[in-house]
Write a protein that binds this ligand. Structure first.
Ligand SMILES: C[S@@+](CC[C@H](N)C(=O)[O-])C[C@H]1O[C@@H](n2cnc3c(N)ncnc32)[C@H](O)[C@@H]1O
Length: 538
């Protein structure tokens, strides 16, 4: 089973294709039966649909839909595995009784975790609804992983940990020192720099906890001011997933999120050195998650794969040769050769055992056919003769396209010598589409007069325009693009493709990506010199 993979598609079909007992932890955050559509609201262009949560057949329709998916999840969980199902008041009671108790067995119920957050609404006749429910079930009674001291235990301590730090006074060599205790490694490293002599900073794992943490977790909902805000509807806080994944899995374990959305589970699982698989039916979700991973440093999972429905010719054409060969043989239902050299030019075996050669080229010529026949002969003479006698293919050549010479020679071999060579184009195996086109318009605005650090800055309006037969999904910007580091998005989701930036004097390299509704992308890089005026460097 391939791990560290983002997969576009309806999760039911993909789950059915996964091996039984192959995953350690599942976290799912499906639509809640809220009878709403979730949009990415943008400017006056109005709403752009992200995903739907409306159920014509009411609760029974919803429960039936979710149940068949949970049944597959139960099948692919290891006996030591467990699952968190995130829901809320809309359907939690039905989900527990009609789905989880039925499929997992009430004996495997572990917790009904409450995620408590502050979100004030103008209700007047009921209490504010300020919590979600996360059901936790084990696959069996066997030892399910439980790292009790994960991250932030009690709600009181939560507040401290939520703040990410605490302080007290200690005496060092008789000197009174203010001490800051930080519980989040990242925040610790970030703050190390700005600590003055009168205080000291310590990083403390929360391993000292003797008792298991409470089942009420308090974390803020993610609003547009939050560092981790990406703009994906219903995005969950990383600290919440940190807590769940840290507690119920170990380094190297496989974590699956079949409703990955903006990729919070995947981003956190990677940071906790877990392997992961993410599925979503929306191309936007898959690409947003990919961009979120691109933003993260030192990825545990690199290289990871992104499986879309359509592929663009250029990305395939210039993919690493061996990676492409192995990948296309698998897509063809064959088994790629483990050996990459000295393989007699053969790259794998088809489901019927006949050899496969992959040519990452167009208009393959007659000579390729000649060489292939010789290679097949050397590969397995007995099999060759058996296939000739049975009028079965003696082998397959996969390429982007075949020239007249190759087609003629294959036909001659078949008619004159009963040697059937199947010529298969890449497009017959996977749907190929053209990636979107993109252009950027630069509009110099007035000097940035907001003073302070932006004295001398120039304000620039950047407008990206993408074209694709499939329609444009969103744009993403990297305002400090470095080709060596690759695309590191400063803004992950920009639905309009318009940005106003204030640039200091100097050279700036900006990259913008456009993503279309197939999930295919293209990138444009612009280089600007700011020196009183704005000059584009070609
Ligand atoms: C509530 S969101 C998940 C948000 C996510 N936890 C986050 O932090 O960003 C639910 C996601 O489920 C996806 N989804 C809904 N039905 C699906 C299906 N049948 N197969 C795969 N994904 C589906 C939607 O596209 C949406 O992205």
């Amino acid at each position: 089973m391939t791990v560290n993979k983002l997969i576009l598609g309806d999760n039911l079909e993909i789950l059915k294709g996964m091996e039984a007992e192959s995953v350690d932890l599942i976290y799912l955050d499906p639509p809640f039966f809220s009878n709403r559509n979730y949009e990415v609201i943008w400017g006056d262009a109005g709403e752009v649909r992200s995903f739907q949560d409306r159920w014509a057949g009411g609760i029974d329709h919803y429960i039936a839909w979710l149940k068949e998916r949970v049944a597959e999840m139960h099948r692919i969980l290891k006996p030591t595995g467990s699952m968190f199902l995130h829901c809320d008041w809309h359907a939690n009671a039905y989900i527990r009784v009609d789905i989880l108790d039925r499929i997992f067995g009430s004996g495997n119920f572990k917790n009904e975790i409450v995620w408590f957050y502050h979100r004030w609404t103008n209700v007047s006749k009921t209490f504010q609804k300020m919590h979600d429910t996360i059901f936790w079930y084990g696959k069996t009674q066997n030892a399910v992983t439980f790292n009790k001291n994960g991250y932030a235990p009690s709600s009181h301590q939560l507040k401290k940990f939520e703040k990410g730090w605490d302080q007290n006074v200690v005496y060092l060599k008789g000197k009174k020192i203010r001490q800051y205790i930080i519980y989040n490694r990242e925040k610790f490293e970030k703050n190390c720099k700005n600590i003055d002599g009168e205080a000291r900073l310590v990083y403390r794992e929360t391993t000292e906890l003797k008792v298991a943490p409470p089942d009420v977790l308090e974390y803020s909902v993610i609003n547009s001011q939050a560092d981790e805000f990406i703009g994906y509807p219903t995005q969950k806080p990383e600290d919440l997933l940190y807590k769940l994944i840290f507690t119920a899995s170990n380094e190297g374990d496989i974590v699956l999120d079949p409703f990955m959305g903006g990729g919070t589970t995947i981003a956190v699982a990677d940071r906790l050195n877990r392997q992961w698989i993410g599925i979503d039916q929306s191309a936007m979700a898959v690409k947003v998650t990919e961009l979120r991973l691109q933003k993260q440093a030192d990825l545990f999972s690199s290289p990871y794969t992104v499986q879309l429905h359509k592929y663009d010719y250029d990305t395939l054409r210039y993919k690493d040769a061996f990676q492409f060969e192995a990948w296309i043989v698998r897509q063809f239902g064959g088994t790629p050769n483990a050996k990459q050299r000295g393989d007699m030019g053969l790259d794998g075996k088809a489901a019927d055992g006949a050899p496969i050669q992959v040519k990452r080229q167009d208009t393959i010529g007659r000579n390729v056919i000649d060489n292939f026949v010789a290679a097949v002969q050397r590969f397995d003479k007995t099999l060759l003769e058996k296939n000739i006698a049975a009028k079965k293919p003696i082998g397959y050549i996969i390429a982007f396209s075949f020239g007249k010479g190759a087609v003629e020679e294959a036909a001659r071999l078949k008619n004159k010598e009963d040697r059937i060579i199947k010529l298969v184009t890449v497009e017959e195996i996977i749907p190929i589409a053209t990636k979107p086109a993109i252009g950027v318009h630069i509009n110099e605005m007035e000097k940035d007069t907001s003073g302070g650090t932006s004295a001398g800055n120039r304000k620039i309006e950047l407008t990206a325009a993408g074209q694709s037969a499939a329609g444009i999904e969103f744009y993403s910007w990297d305002f400090a693009y470095d080709a060596e580091k690759g695309f590191k998005p400063s803004i992950i989701i920009d639905k309009e493709g318009k940005q106003i930036v204030s640039l200091k004097p100097g050279i700036h390299t900006i990259a913008v990506k456009v993503v279309d509704n197939n999930g295919l992308e293209n990138m444009e890089i612009i280089k600007l010199k700011i020196n009183g005026i704005v000059e584009e460097i070609k």
